[in-house]
Design a protein around this ligand. Sequence first.
Ligand code: PMP
Length: 411
Amino acid sequence: KTIFNNVALLPPDALFNIKQRMSQDSRKMKVDLGIGAYRDDSGKPWVLPSVREAEKLIQEDPDYNHEYLNITGLTSLTDPAAMVLLGQDSLALKEGRTVSVQSLSGTGALHMAASFYSTTCKDKLVYLSDPTWANHKSIFEGKGLKTATYPYWNAASKSLDLEGYLNAIKTAPQGSIFVLHACAHNPTGLDPNEEQWATILKAIVEKEHMVLFDSAYQGFASGNLNKDAFAVRLGLELLADVTPVIICQSFAKNVGMYGERAGCFHLVLPHQDEFVKMADVKAAIQSQLALITRSELSTPPAYGAKIVAQVLNKPELTKQWHADMVTMSSRIIKMRHLLRDALVSLKTPGNWDHIVDQTGMFSYTGLSAEMVQRLEKEHAVYMASSGRASIAGLNSGNVEHVAKAINEVVN
Ligand code: PMP
């Protein structure tokens, strides 16, 4: 009778809690810079035109139904999804070194990676950036893996702590797992430049570490899929003779499929010795991945997967999607500039260039937890206590208000 009476009460999820507080705020001008979801210039969620078109096609199909998918998902999604990530000229694809299965969006792909590591290489340390998306730690530790951190953000200079990063790579036990944000690092919005990526990845190769790329913002960050896949593709090239690479791919942001949970898990094997049969290794891995899905979801969700499959397979929809990503990324970049310029013209103490230098959904503003608290209390501007602001929540109607509010709390 009392078995669950002493279950510990956990604090509410910080971000979803912001949403809750905000819904109870009756002030007219309130701004949500909390949750990482795209909003249009009127502050509304945006269904991508390519997605609207894809949905129409799906529903007009005389064979339309809600049957179960295969356990490993829709290959009409996973095949082109691998191509989007790895690129048309991918050697790994040409050489047949990839295993791709559908996942429950990016989180599900990470969870699958954690499960797979826990049954295949449980003793390896999983290195996460400091800071990182809070869920990373829960996902890996939830599967019994041990995590460690590598330095990333230098708070004083608001730039990459490359020295600390490289030092962590060098001192980590040989063959550890490094979780890297493919682009648009969450929460800092700070990505290594191409030269820094090369340095980082070469250091990883030296120590024969394994890499997991978390790719949640490809095309959303710059508007260009290839540019945002730079790190992934370089990593695959440099690690092709070294260690397997896992890539967790989300379509939440770049196709706007947040709640539909469309995503893929990809594992790319390195070149093998002649006596190893690649096809056998791949089949075994695929069977393990299928077991993970079977026991946890039975089969992956179909609707979002069908939409993304349409977008990736129908050339005219793919073209529209590319334009849609430019629409989203350019609006966000414009908001970064408007906010920075407004702070400069208000003569807000400090340098605000990092807001325009950072990329993707978020800006690590550098505001303290006290300032963030005051922003909410006095100005109804909501963001994470770390000072992470979701730039997608800004629009031409509220950016001035936000700038004045930041100016007030900084002064
Ligand atoms: N990784 C990172 C770094 C993210 O920011 C997110 C979304 N917040 C995800 C993974 C996963 O998102 P989803 O499960 O919605 O695809």
